[in-house]
Write a protein that binds this ligand. Structure first.
Ligand SMILES: [Zn+2]
Length: 310
């Protein structure tokens, strides 16, 4: 038996056509029986392609192959993580936009607070009162717009405040926004201690000022004592920069926006402005806290029952 005889019929036919042989019937037979999906898409059989068309064929084929990147399903790159394209005479490989999102999701998974974040979504927010439905819609709407950078969830009641703040945060993270969340209690204590060490302080505060998405839990929290000048200075420094740069920030607080404005007109006013107005992205839970004696409520980390990763 010759080697040719052991070849599958399709390969023999392909070789024949490639060498310029074959009848019209054989050409038709090839197209109907052996042409693959990529050839069909390009509308030309492989054996008839010139070098440039063959390059396009290979690119299309590669772009249609499936990869093994984890952390989400991407229709653009089919989880390969990259996209191939022809650029003049060059074939270029570009990282797919989903890769940033995958990186995020890995960071969340490795952060130690993955469960706390991923378990509080818009979908599983419990609605028992009409105002909660409104609150959910507002938080969702905030994630879908870019005009107003701030979302403020304030008030004495804990009912749903933390859940919605995390859900909004997680929603944006899943869409590839780089985010960080901090407990104001812990972060402000740490930063206030560092205020005299310019270099350390600057590095630490820079991230809070410029990270694309920041969740500040328990803004200006107090254990019943008063807030110091340093507390206000610190909050103002971060909020000013974020507001001026339109950087997305989610705040939870035991204060309502009204309380905050009374506490500090500058800080309260800046947040109010960043949220649009009270009818936009300010949410009030369980009324005002006029006496400035915030009840102790658990922080996000305490709820999750984990050590602070910061
Ligand atoms: Zn992709």
């Amino acid at each position: 038996m010759t080697k040719t005889a052991t070849m599958p019929a399709g390969v023999r036919l392909f070789n024949l056509l490639l060498q310029g042989g074959g009848t019209e019937d054989q050409k038709r037979l090839y197209w109907e029986r052996y042409a693959d999906q990529t050839e069909k898409q390009l509308g030309k059989p492989l054996w008839a392609m010139d070098a440039e068309e063959f390059e396009e064929y290979k690119i299309l084929e590669e772009n249609q192959s499936y990869g093994t990147e984890d952390g989400g399903n991407c229709k653009l790159c089919r989880n390969r993580g990259y996209i191939v394209r022809r650029d003049g005479q060059y074939t270029r490989y570009a990282s797919c936009s989903c890769m940033e999102q995958r990186k995020q999701s890995r960071e969340v998974q490795n952060s130690g607070y993955a469960e706390m974040i991923t378990s509080r979504t818009f979908e599983n927010f419990t609605i028992t009162e009409p105002w909660q439905k409104q609150a959910l819609q507002t938080a969702k709407a905030w994630t879908r717009q870019t005009q107003f950078p701030f979302l403020f969830l304030g008030g004495r009641s804990g009912a749903g405040k933390t859940h919605l703040a995390i859900a909004a945060f997680y929603n944006l993270i899943q869409r590839g926004v780089r985010g960080k969340f901090i407990s104001w209690r812990e972060q402000s204590r740490e930063l206030k201690m560092r205020m005299t060490e310019a270099e350390v302080y600057d590095t630490k505060i820079r991230e809070l000022k410029f990270v694309p998405l920041l969740l500040v839990d328990d803004l200006l929290w107090t254990n019943g004592g008063g807030l110091s000048e340093e507390d206000f200075k610190l909050a103002k420094e971060i909020i000013d920069v974020r507001q001026a740069n339109g950087l997305r920030t989610i705040f939870t607080a035991n204060w309502t926006i009204k309380d905050l404005i009374e506490l500090s007109e500058v800080i309260g006013g800046r947040i109010y402005e960043g949220c649009g107005s009270s009818t936009n992205f300010v949410l009030t839970f369980g009324g005002s806290n006029q006496n400035y004696r915030a009840r102790k409520q658990p922080t996000l980390l305490e709820i999750a029952g984990i050590e602070s990763p910061f």
